[in-house]
Design a protein around this ligand. Structure first.
Ligand SMILES: *[C@@H]1O[C@H](CO)[C@@H](O)[C@H](O)[C@H]1NC(C)=O
Ligand SMILES: *[C@@H]1O[C@H](CO)[C@@H](O)[C@H](O)[C@H]1NC(C)=O
Ligand SMILES: *[C@@H]1O[C@H](CO)[C@@H](O)[C@H](O)[C@H]1NC(C)=O
Length: 309
C-alpha cells in the first residue's frame, strides 16, 4: 500500500527520498566497514595461524630430530648453566660472572674415534675458554685436548691442542681456523688408536701425534678416558696472554653442541667392548683402529700446518 501511495504522490520533496536512503547508506557503510575490518582480521588470523603452524612444525621437527646427548653425557657442574634441549638433540653450556659449566661422557673409552659439532660463542668472546677433551682420572692422567680460546669481536679464535701422558703435557700446538667457528656448527674429532692420535676439523687433519713408544716417547695407551667439555672464564691468560678481559656486559656466553658420535671401545668392569686386541671388531673394513693419513690427508695436514698455525 505505502509503495503504491509513494509512487502515486509526486509532490514529495527530494529530501524525503534522501532521508529514506540514509538507512541504506548506513547499512552500506557498516557493511563496507565490517568487510574491510574482517578482511584485515582475516588476514591477521591467517598470518598468525600460518606462523603458529610454522613454529609448531619447526618445533616438532627439532623434537623429532632429537638426539642421544641426554644419554651420552651428564652435566657435571654449573648449577643449571648447562642444558640439554630438543630431546637430546642440542646441548648448551653457558658462562656468566658467577660460574661456567661443563659436561662429561657417561662412558669411559680405551681408544676410539669421537666426534662432536660445536658452535662457539659469537661476538666478543675474549677471556673465555671452551674445552673439549678426553681425559683419564688421577694424578698421572692422560689427556687429549681441544681448547678454543675466545677473542674480541672480529679477531680469530685460537684452537689449542695438547696431549698429556702420565700427567706430562708440553705438547701444545696452536691453530687459527680457516672459517669463523661462531657462525655455524663445525665438526671436531679425535681419533685415538694404538698407533696414533689424529685431530680433525671438519674432516681435515690438523695434527698427528704418533705412537713412538719404541723410541721411549710416552703415548697414552693404558688408562681409559672420558669425554669432557667445559666453558669457563680464563681472562687472566686466554686472550692476548691475559691483556683482554672478559666483558661481563655481554654475559651469558653460550656454546652449543650437537651430533656426538663415538666409534670407540667402551670400558666396563675392566673389559673392553672391542674385545682383546680388537677381536670383536672387523678390521678389514675402513676402521678407525687402523686409520692413518693417506696422501690426500698428508697434503691437507701440510696445508694447515703451513697456513694456519
Ligand atoms: C686474538 O686476536 C689477536 C689479533 O688478531 C691475535 O694476536 C691473538 O692470537 C688472538 N687470539 C687470542 C686467544 O688472543
Ligand atoms: C668384514 O668386512 C669385510 C668388508 O666390509 C666383509 O667383506 C667381511 O665379510 C667382514 N667380516 C666379518 C666377519 O664381518
Ligand atoms: C684418503 O682418505 C680419505 C679419508 O680419510 C678418503 O676420503 C679419501 O678418499 C682417501 N684418498 C685416497 C686418494 O685414498
Amino acid at each position: 500500500m505505502g509503495t503504491q501511495s509513494r509512487k502515486t504522490n509526486p509532490t514529495r520533496p527530494p529530501s524525503f527520498y534522501l532521508a529514506r536512503c540514509i538507512p541504506l547508506l548506513l547499512f552500506l557503510f557498516v557493511f563496507a566497514f565490517l568487510f574491510f575490518f574482517n578482511i584485515d582480521t582475516f588476514v591477521y588470523h591467517t598470518k598468525s595461524i600460518a606462523l603458529n603452524t610454522f613454529t609448531e612444525q619447526s618445533r616438532l621437527l627439532m623434537n623429532a630430530e632429537g638426539g642421544t646427548l641426554h644419554r651420552d653425557f651428564d652435566i657435571t657442574w654449573g648449577d643449571g648453566r648447562g642444558k640439554i634441549h630438543n630431546n637430546g638433540g642440542i646441548l648448551t653450556l653457558s658462562l656468566d660472572q658467577n660460574s661456567g659449566s661443563g659436561f662429561r661422557s657417561r662412558n669411559e673409552y680405551l681408544f676410539g674415534k669421537i666426534e662432536i659439532q660445536i658452535k662457539l660463542i659469537a661476538g666478543n668472546s675474549a677471556g673465555t675458554v671452551t674445552t673439549y677433551y678426553l681425559s683419564s682420572e688421577g694424578e698421572n692422567h692422560d689427556e687429549i685436548d681441544f681448547e678454543f680460546l675466545g677473542n674480541s669481536s672480529g679477531d680469530p679464535y685460537t684452537l689449542h691442542t695438547n696431549v698429556y701422558c702420565q700427567g706430562k703435557g708440553n705438547r701444545e700446538q696452536q691453530f687459527y681456523l680457516w672459517f669463523d667457528p661462531t657462525l655455524d656448527f663445525h665438526t671436531y674429532s679425535i681419533n685415538w688408536n694404538p698407533k696414533r692420535i689424529l685431530f680433525y676439523v671438519d674432516g681435515t687433519p690438523i695434527r698427528e701425534f704418533k705412537n713412538l713408544g719404541s723410541n721411549g716417547i710416552p703415548f697414552p695407551k693404558n688408562q681409559p678416558m672420558r669425554v669432557y667439555s667445559s666453558l669457563w672464564n680464563a681472562d687472566d691468560w686466554a686472550t692476548r696472554g691475559g691483556l683482554v678481559k672478559t666483558d661481563w656486559t655481554k654475559a651469558p656466553f653460550t656454546a652449543s653442541y650437537r651430533n656426538y658420535k663415538a666409534e670407540a671401545c667402551v670400558m666396563s668392569g675392566g673389559l673392553s667392548s672391542c674385545g682383546t686386541k680388537f677381536s670383536n671388531l672387523n678390521l678389514t673394513e675402513n676402521s678407525w683402529v687402523t686409520e692413518k693419513l693417506n696422501s690426500t690427508g698428508l697434503e691437507r695436514l701440510k696445508w694447515v700446518q703451513k697456513n694456519h698455525m
